[in-house]
Design a binder for this molecule. Structure first.
Ligand code: IPE
Ligand code: IPE
Ligand code: MG
Length: 240
């Protein structure tokens, strides 16, 4: 599938992706699970390139969940270091492409300070960019985000009577983030695993068998084409 079959007038504004299957990709090749995470870097950069080509404005990727702390300590340690190095290796190139880097997730909980510093530097470096917002969900959980949002509302003195959906929206990790239009998960797993729970209630879900390290811009284009074949009704009667 090339971008030719895609209607440029109906590009999803916000695409979210669960980058899953790194461990299985590696195991099938007789490699270590962590080699699968390393191989995922190329997939991410190619997906970003594809998002830029398609004119997607927001791309959010799940890099580390609040549940991923349950993994063996050496894999967790690898992922912390890997993500830190990835930012250092790639941020200039992303910056030159007009990508604004952001993070969502719990910052002040278990994440190494050095990684937090690299995150802050990358956000500051790319803050003025507007072509594509690449949000990396790190130490992220959808339920944790809702809990943290409720705490933030209470701390800022919001009264119960005044709360509606937009109030919570404004107290999530990134108040500017629009709802998800297209939600993708790789590796043939059919579950949400706590990703963007609040933002995805009316997202179109696309599941693919491709393991994350094999994911390329053409797979993103396939998912967008699938999205364009859907009839989004939002509880109404749609365009049928
Ligand atoms: C996704 O790949 C990356 C992270 C969760 C950090 P996995 O590591 O979950 O790969 P599988 O699902 O075990 O194959
Ligand atoms: C979801 O994948 C988290 C990330 C991709 C970062 P997991 O591999 O952790 O999800 P489960 O455990 O299979 O649900
Ligand atoms: Mg997995």
């Amino acid at each position: 599938m090339s971008n030719e079959g895609i209607d440029p007038a109906r590009i999803p504004r916000h695409v979210a992706c669960v980058m899953d299957g790194n461990g299985r990709w590696a195991q099938r090749r007789g490699l270590r699970r962590t080699d699968g995470h390393s191989a995922g870097e190329e997939a991410l950069l190619d997906a970003v390139e594809g998002a830029l080509e398609l004119g997607i404005e927001w791309l959010t990727v799940y890099a580390f969940s609040t549940e991923n702390w349950r993994r063996p300590a050496d894999e967790v340690r690898f992922l912390m270091r890997f993500n830190e190095n990835l930012l250092v290796r790639r941020r200039d190139e992303l910056n030159e492409k007009g990508v604004r880097i952001r993070f969502i997730g719990r910052r002040d909980w278990k994440v190494p300070k050095r990684l937090i510093r690299r995150m802050d530097e990358s956000v500051a470096l790319t803050a003025e960019n507007r072509r594509l917002t690449l949000t990396i969900a790190f130490n992220y959980g959808g339920r944790a985000e809702i809990i943290d949002g409720i705490k933030a509302m209470i701390t800022s003195g919001v009264t119960a009577d005044s709360i509606d959906e937009s109030t919570l929206d404004k107290h999530l990790y990134d108040p500017e983030m629009p709802d998800v239009d297209l939600w993708i998960r790789t590796s043939g797993e059919f579950r949400t695993s706590n990703f963007l729970v609040w933002q995805s209630v009316y997202a179109e879900l696309v599941f693919t068998e491709t393991l994350w390290p094999d994911f390329r811009r053409r797979h993103l284009a396939d998912a967008v084409a699938e999205y364009q074949r859907r009839d989004r009704r939002f509880g109404g009667l749609g365009t049928g």
